[in-house]
Design a protein around this ligand. Structure first.
Ligand code: IPE
Ligand code: IPE
Ligand code: MG
Length: 239
């Protein structure tokens, strides 16, 4: 779609690896958790801006299956911030009109956090300004393995035959069922890797890597990434 004010084609689905919080904090002599708090603000800003641009889906990587390796102090700080964010999001639901979905294995989160996630999904299910897919304890490999297990169980139950498992059918076992693949994936912080994000869904995504640290990410950075996306020649294997 075209956005009148910005006059650039805006992707339907943008995904962001929200990286660089720790380095942002370190530069300021602050604890890493302060970086995560600033990162939560950057997320709020970016989600609002995406909504104003008419982006339909925003998928954000908030906590990976590998992030449990961090110190207990940092992990519990992140979990606390997530709880606080979700509580505030629930209170602002009627104002923001964001539909929340959670991608990831939530069973490893605290029961309180799981409850907040469930509540946020339920309360926001009718909103349709923008859908935010929040990736929590998410790993692309874990998602694919869990999908394979589910498909195998359905074969075992006789609901499907092995040869029924096509790319389309398999996609329906992923967290992202019903969501189109992201056209654009942005990774701030200067790292140029996927770190296990949307492995299946990113087959033909355009990647934009940026040096800005996530807490410093502004609407102008999103504009810049969208402009870069607009310059790409997407061939999907054709000519
Ligand atoms: C991203 O920022 C947030 C999470 C992974 C939870 P980091 O915490 O990875 O920040 P850097 O990469 O260390 O700067
Ligand atoms: C990816 O960032 C995960 C999130 C942003 C949630 P990491 O900081 O964990 O990735 P690596 O360790 O640099 O690959
Ligand atoms: Mg990082």
């Amino acid at each position: 779609m075209k956005n009148g004010e910005h006059n650039m084609p805006v992707p339907r689905h943008i995904a962001i690896i929200m990286d660089g919080n720790g380095r942002w904090a370190k530069k300021r002599g602050l604890p890493r958790t302060a970086g995560h708090a600033a990162g939560a603000e950057a997320f709020r800003r970016t989600a609002n801006y995406c909504r104003s641009l008419g982006v339909e889906y925003l998928t954000v990587y908030a906590f990976s299956t590998e992030n449990w390796k961090r110190s207990q102090e940092e992990v519990s700080g992140i979990m606390k911030l997530l709880g606080k964010y979700l509580q505030e999001a629930l209170a602002d639901m009627e104002k923001n009109h964001v539909r929340f979905k959670f991608f990831g294995d939530l069973s490893r989160l605290s029961p309180e956090l799981q409850k907040l996630c469930m509540e946020a999904e339920k309360t926001s299910s009718a909103y349709h300004d923008v859908q935010v897919n929040f990736c929590l304890n998410y790993g692309g490999r874990d998602e694919i393995v869990k999908a394979a297990q589910q498909a195998a169980m359905d074969v075992q139950k006789g609901m499907i035959q092995p040869q029924d498992i096509t790319e389309v059918l398999f996609s329906n076992y992923l967290y992202s069922k019903d969501v189109p693949d992201p056209e654009l994936i942005i990774r701030p912080s200067g790292e140029m890797r996927t770190s296990n994000f949307l492995l299946w869904q990113s087959a033909y995504s355009e990647f934009v890597f940026m040096d800005v640290l996530w807490p410093d990410f502004q609407p102008e950075h999103l504009d810049e990434a969208i402009r870069e996306y607009g310059r790409r020649n997407r061939r999907f294997g054709g000519v």
